[in-house]
Design a protein. Structure first.
Lengths: 111, 114
């Protein structure tokens, strides 16, 4: 069974700081998701990646398949980045695909 | 464009009462549909998934059930709620065939069982 762990669980940063959130998993996966959950509960998919690096605006996600590790970076952080960031491993299984979620990292960016 | 709706947004129910949560998807056909639960202080957990009308797979044994009466409708039900059923319930979809790289989540239903 795949275990997905995130660190840190809580993170407080000052506006403008560079932020890194880490995710590790225990078994081989098809891909890895990074999700953002806003205070109201809504979830938005940020990235899905199976190798290398992806960039969208100030967000960068990397994955190292051999080390079973992924990181989410936020450059020039802003208070509106405050949210829970969740990583989830994805395994393609027959007719559907399944996500196993980490418990999330609560990020607070202070002005 | 595709949209996903969940109803209701919040719900407070007494222990032992029935439950029905609805999820509908617009703008796509034959989606794979998922029900997740996020309990307080815990990560998201997959409860059910469906690849077609009437086809339901359960991931975790519990007192909940799911049904898919129409292609773009997914319903989560219970005959008698438990305190432990409290949580945030999310519906999600991916397009068929499998392998699509994004799961799209609904706005969620916050359920409190008293």
């Amino acid at each position: 069974k795949n275990e997905v762990e995130q660190s840190p669980q809580n993170l407080t940063a000052q506006e403008g700081e560079f932020i890194t959130i880490n995710c590790s998993y225990s078994v081989g996966i098809s891909a890895l998701h990074w999700l953002q959950q806003h205070p109201g509960g809504g979830i938005v998919s940020l990235f899905m990646l199976s190798s290398g690096k992806k960039k969208h605006g100030r967000l960068i996600a990397t994955i190292n398949i051999q080390e079973k590790h992924s990181s989410l970076h936020i450059t020039a952080s802003h208070p509106r980045d405050s949210a829970v960031y969740i990583c989830a491993s994805l395994n393609y299984g027959g007719a559907t695909n399944k996500l196993i979620f980490g418990t999330g990292t609560l990020l607070a960016v202070q002005p | 464009s595709q949209t996903i709706h969940q109803w209701p947004a919040t719900l407070v129910q007494p222990v032992g009462s029935p439950l029905s949560l609805e999820c509908t998807v617009e703008g796509t056909s034959n989606p794979n549909l998922y029900w997740y639960r996020q309990a307080a202080g815990r990560g998201l957990q997959l409860l059910f998934y469906s690849v077609g009308i009437g086809q339901i797979s359960s991931e975790v044994p519990q007192n909940l059930s799911a049904s898919r009466p129409q292609d773009r409708q997914f319903i989560l039900s219970s005959k008698k709620l438990l305190l432990s059923d409290s949580g945030f319930y999310l519906c999600a979809w991916t397009s068929a065939p499998p392998g699509t790289d994004t799961q799209y989540f609904g706005p969620g239903t916050r359920l409190t069982v008293l």
